[in-house]
Design a protein around this ligand. Structure first.
Ligand code: SF4
Length: 350
């Protein structure tokens, strides 16, 4: 490895963004086969990134614990002693820019729209007209890999041993095989489809595909899933109810990914599970309400589709949704019917 090929890529955004960065990581390895590639991520992304064969080392930034306050100095020392020559930072926060600046890495690439962008020697344009995956590939093209193609754009993750074990154990415990997944999570309330919508869809899917339905999400989403089951009680018989399972928080993220690999298809709010589903190569229908695909986060993979209320005057009402509908009627999600979603399911599974 020549000195100039010691590269640090910083991606400390949400886990969904890390999944969207995987085509960039793959392209970086292809373009710099002899380089040492280190990726810095948050703790929750560590297991996934470690399992990618394109990466030599993973650095973890734990903003909430180890690297809070003065702990940040330890992280900077760790970065400095590795003697990186090139830094790629497609993450736009002030904090990341400050880390980049203090790292002393001699060639630093970041976005000109990033907070404290003067930390970077090369400030690149973020092409907002492209999907996020293509923006990241373009970052690479405009920085150190001019020959990168934007076509190799499907996210990829590897199963981990622990994840595989967790998924197998969960399916064994529930005594089911090949379930259908409903991703009811989102930190933004307006990005969540209605409990009634999910409940009706679950009822129809159980009947049509003779399959169990798992409501997936983080531990924080368990209440939302319970609400869906509560609504389902009104019109799903006892038999049907037994086939709807709230598994929010029952697996780690690698476990969730392995669960997806063993599932028929996924219907999910516009949130991280959509990108996991793409990486797992299963059919995915993404539900878009206050956001729209042109913001850059629609699924990119074969057998994927978006269900949305096209032409609604108030869409999009923000870049990532909000907690309350600014117009007060929440039509973008209330008028998205199970029939519209089922039509999209047929498109992706056939
Ligand atoms: S303003 Fe429109 S797009 Fe935004 S949450 Fe309300 S209904 Fe949805």
């Amino acid at each position: 490895m020549s000195e100039n090929q010691n590269i640090l890529l910083i991606q400390t955004a949400f886990i969904g963004d890390v999944v969207l960065t995987t085509p960039m990581i793959r392209a970086l390895r292809k373009c710099k086969p002899g380089a040492k590639i280190t990726v810095m991520v948050k703790p929750e992304a560590r297991a996934f990134v470690e399992s990618l064969e394109e990466i030599d080392e993973v650095l973890v930034i734990d903003k909430k614990k180890a690297h809070r306050g003065l702990g940040m100095l330890k992280l900077i020392r760790d970065i400095r002693k590795r003697n990186f020559r090139i830094l790629l930072s497609p993450h736009q926060s002030h904090r990341t820019s400050i880390i980049a600046w203090l790292s002393g890495i001699p060639t630093r690439f970041g976005y000109r729209s990033a907070g404290f962008s003067m930390a970077y020697h090369h400030r690149l344009k973020r092409p907002m007209e492209l999907p996020e995956i293509h923006r990241l590939l373009r970052f690479l093209k405009d920085s150190i890999c001019p020959d990168v193609s934007l076509e190799d754009d499907i996210p990829h993750l590897e199963e981990t041993e622990t994840g595989r074990h967790e998924a197998q154990e969960l399916l064994k415990e529930l005594n089911i095989r090949s379930p259908i997944l409903l991703g009811c999570s989102s930190v933004w309330a307006t990005k969540r489809w209605t409990p009634h919508g999910f409940a009706e869809l679950a009822r129809d899917l159980i009947k049509k595909y003779k399959s169990d339905v798992l409501l997936i999400g983080s531990p924080a989403d368990a209440d939302v899933a319970d609400q869906i089951i509560k609504v389902a009680r009104e019109f799903v018989g006892e038999d049907g109810l037994r086939r709807i399972h709230n598994v929010c928080g029952k697996t780690s993220l690698p476990g969730l990914f392995s669960l997806m690999k063993r599932s028929q298809f996924l219907v999910s709010n516009d949130s991280a599970p959509v990108h996991f589903g793409c990486a797992a190569r299963i059919p995915v229908v993404a539900l878009f309400g206050p956001t729209v695909p042109s913001l850059g986060y629609a699924p990119i993979a074969p057998r994927t589709a978006v269900a949305e209320l096209e032409g609604l005057y108030c869409r999009p009402c923000g870049t990532h949704g909000s907690h309350i509908c600014p117009e007060g009627h929440f039509r973008c999600m209330r008028e998205l019917t199970p029939a519209m979603v089922e039509e999209k399911i047929l498109e992706v599974i056939n």
